[in-house]
Design a protein around this ligand. Structure first.
Ligand SMILES: Cc1ncc(COP(=O)(O)O)c(C=O)c1O
Length: 413
């Protein structure tokens, strides 16, 4: 197709000479909501209306009974763990390709993260590896829908039901992703979302946890509020060890405006992501992240891998792609998350101790090391990520595809 073309990295013409479109996620709608809050003088959740309104709308959007807003995606996962009230030493099985914010709440809840390997094509939890990692200490499985791509939930749910485990979904990168007609976050027992700046909807920093379980809904809300009962009993009553994870009314105001936009954001990203997959389907040496049948990704990032026998590495591919005027990054986090964190790799945490791994209730001998999750390591070594933004139009996606195909066909470093 591009046989007579020369790559930009070799002095040829760039595929694209202008930057891909970028935009601002916030504007007049958010300002209006914020003005209401400032004029009311009420910035704290209790006494205000915006956070409560946002929670109601987020729950309605997902068709669930409870949505609990919090200060970050990290706190939304801590809230999920607080709901299920694990004991110290309980194990939470999760994949190692994620943000550290998925893992730190597990440690702070005195639990042990157990890393199951991923599937090489979806980059999400491999059910067989999950099953192989179940012990008498396992309390929950936390799936992470990487880059917006839904995990194979049927198999995960089947394993969980067999072993009486809770299923948590980390949907931080997957707002409105769909698994067989259901929104992610509603397939398992609890869903967690980040509202950090880069996410499909944002409050700068923020999070939400959803569930249909009434007891967990109540516990989660108490947990975000220091365990405090809001019926103003005297003396005060705290019924659990909570934290202060409130979302403020300022964030709540922005969230109320953002929730009206998120469907459009996801639809636009999905149109672009799915089109890109079609356009590069014939490109040699590459494989786009696989979206499972009857599932819809919400494309936080566009992921692909360079085949093991490709004539270029992921890093070389990205260099040539950038020269064509198309942004991209080799890998995502570089290494499995447990090797990115000194505290995890060395099991040195609070005051230099090995808590929670040395807790008397914890299973002995759990270690994190290179080779623990070989598929994850291999996938990360061969992974390329391309930004996928809601401002792209079809010609932008076509430029990305043209550059990808050109580099894949011609680059021989
Ligand atoms: C999959 C995943 N989980 C959790 C988090 C943590 O969210 P936050 O940064 O809002 O605390 C992130 C953030 O990037 C994420 O991508």
């Amino acid at each position: 197709m591009n046989s007579e073309k020369r790559l930009a990295i070799n002095g040829g013409e760039k595929t694209r000479t202008t930057p891909l479109p970028d935009g601002k996620k916030v504007g007049a709608e958010e300002l209006k909501e914020l003005t209401d809050v400032i004029e009311s003088g009420q910035l704290f959740r209790w006494g205000g209306t915006k956070v409560i309104q946002f929670e109601k709308e987020f729950a309605e959007l997902h068709g669930v009974k409870h949505a609990i807003a919090s200060s970050s995606g990290t706190s939304s996962i801590h809230v999920a763990l607080s709901m299920i009230d694990p004991a110290p030493g309980d194990e939470i099985i999760t994949p190692p390709i994620t943000d550290i914010g998925s893992i730190l709440p597990i440690i702070y809840q005195n639990c042990i993260p157990i890393f199951a390997d991923v599937q090489p094509d979806t980059y999400n939890l491999d059910p067989a590896s999950v099953e192989a990692n179940i012990t008498e200490k396992t309390k929950a499985i936390m799936a992470i829908h990487l880059f917006g791509n839904p995990t194979e939930m049927d198999s995960i749910l089947e394993i969980a039901r067999k072993h009486n485990l809770v299923v948590i979904e980390d949907c931080s990168q997957a707002h409105l992703g769909e698994y067989q007609g259901k929104l992610v976050g509603t397939v398992g027992d609890i869903g967690c979302f980040s509202l950090q700046q880069s996410k499909h909807m944002t409050t700068g920093a923020g999070g939400v946890t959803i569930t249909n379980n009434d007891d967990w809904g109540k516990r989660g809300l108490l947990f975000t509020d220091k365990g405090q009962h809001q019926d103003w009993q005297w003396p005060r009553k705290y019924s659990l060890i909570g934290l202060n994870y409130h979302m403020t009314e300022l964030q709540g105001a922005v969230a109320c405006a953002q929730i009206r936009k998120v469907q459009n954001v996801v639809e636009r990203r999905r149109r672009s992501g799915d089109l890109l997959t079609t356009l590069i389907s014939e490109a040699p040496h590459l494989r786009p992240q696989r979206v499972l049948p009857n599932c819809k990704s919400s494309y936080w990032l566009y992921g692909l891998t360079v085949n093991p026998d490709a004539p270029f590495s992921a890093k070389q591919f990205v260099e040539a792609l950038r020269a064509e005027g198309i942004p991209g990054s080799p890998s995502y986090i570089g290494k499995p998350i447990f090797l990115c964190s000194e505290s995890l790799e060395n099991q040195r945490t609070f005051g230099g101790t090995a808590h929670p791994w040395d807790h008397p209730r914890a299973r002995k001998g759990i270690r994190y090391y290179e080779g623990l999750c070989p598929v994850t390591e291999d996938v990360l070594n061969r992974m390329v990520t391309i930004p996928m933004r809601e401002w792209y139009e079809e010609p932008d996606v076509r430029d990305i595809a043209t550059a990808i195909c050109k580099v894949a066909e011609l680059y021989r470093p």
